[in-house]
Design a protein around this ligand. Sequence first.
Ligand SMILES: *Cc1c(COP(=O)(O)O)cnc(C)c1O
Length: 386
Amino acid sequence: MAVPEQTPDHAYATLHIDLDALVANWRTIGAAVSPATAGAVVKADAYGLGAVPVTQALADAGCRHFFVAHLGEAEAIREAGILPPDAQLYILNGLMPGGEPACAAIGAVPVLNCLAQIEGWAAFARATGRTWRAALQVDTGMSRLGLSPDEVQTLIAQPQRLEGVEPVLLMSHLACADDPDAPANGSQLAAFERIGALFPGLPRSLDNSGGAMQRRPAHFDIARPGIALYGGAPHEHAVNPMRPVVTLDTRIVQLRTIPPGAGVGYGLSFVADRPTRIATIPVGYADGWPRHLSGKGSAFIAGHRAPIAGRVSMDSITLDVTDVPEEHLYPGAPVELLGPHQGIEDVARDAGTISYEILTRLGHRYARILHAAPQAAQQRRMAGRG
Ligand SMILES: *Cc1c(COP(=O)(O)O)cnc(C)c1O
């Protein structure tokens, strides 16, 4: 990993984001879906990592299809001025009524999920006297977003509903992609093939991370990976082939030794059963460290596991460091929350959630350091100047 561009000397906690690993993950997915192309899902601030630097790094690497969930997310990326002219920016949730002019103003492509969203976009086309591009999403079994089979029939029977709307992509979404053996994958795939035949020539996109990393003959035209780009596991019960993208370090703020019988933290839910060394770290649930880790999760100090003792507070966590060698324990000593000993999947498991939630909740109080090989950073600066 490259030398950081800045070292926040007094930071309580530092989030490192490895843009080279991000790009490597995007290339891994690209190879898995080839000859289809890999886009990137950068919704929710690129799963908490920062939509602008993530989009920029992937655009520099050649990614041309970016997916966000909300119009405001698309506007933020547009305003940053980082998208190449030939890049597409899709809004997965489509538009709320009245959002059409703002969407058109930034040249984003709404994903139209129902007949009402199609009518809103078509009405906007009539009002502006021109044609606007859109993606069409169909529901193939997840019952979340997308045209129902009946709505698809209506659309085929009444093609005038699409007047002024230029479909550029047909989409659907897999419900069980993280389990390659789930029968739903096959039935959704078949439904998508069937519906795709009704829209001849229209490029298609089905696969999220899990779908993209499933072995199968075809991945349609564009994959929409999110979590795997950011180092999350595409499949729940398999070895994770992705490179980790985030590491999170913090430091000890205070140390103490408590006698047997002394309690720790809110509710005194941890009670020492031996003379116990307690280290307090300045990260809490306000920083996205789940309160569900109370009494369950861990941190690592110089590679030694330090279990969380007691409840996670808003701004701090207490660790039982009794078994950590004393030379690693001092105010300011480094503590690993995410790194070589514990990844996002491990923390998610301890907290009873998924890595997506760990990432998207990462807080805004961390010092953030973006890592990229000097060469890539240099290319980016040149591109910015040009
Ligand atoms: C979030 C999302 C994705 C990305 O899913 P991952 O599991 O993170 O790869 C793809 N498509 C749609 C429609 C989504 O909502």
